[in-house]
Design a protein around this ligand. Structure first.
Ligand SMILES: [Zn+2]
Length: 71
């Protein structure tokens, strides 16, 4: 049973693998290292909505970096 797109309800979705470099936004975070995420990406071929899950280790890095940026 294929999943339908959360945005438009289309069943026309494809899975891809992706490498993403996640940046912390803003000039104050320019020295923060990027967080690399290797994940499976589901793309809706009708509206372009993409969905992926960040692995736990990278979620931790994002949470830590965000706290460091705020403090
Ligand atoms: Zn869609």
């Amino acid at each position: 049973m294929p999943m339908s797109c959360k945005s438009c309800g289309s069943l026309n979705q494809s899975k891809f693998t992706a490498e993403m470099a996640i940046h912390f936004p803003g000039m104050k975070n320019i020295d923060e290292p990027v967080v690399w995420v290797f994940s499976e990406l589901t793309v809706c071929l009708d509206c372009g909505t993409a969905e992926f899950t960040v692995p736990k280790a990278e979620v931790h890095k994002l949470a830590k970096g965000d706290a460091a940026a705020a403090g």
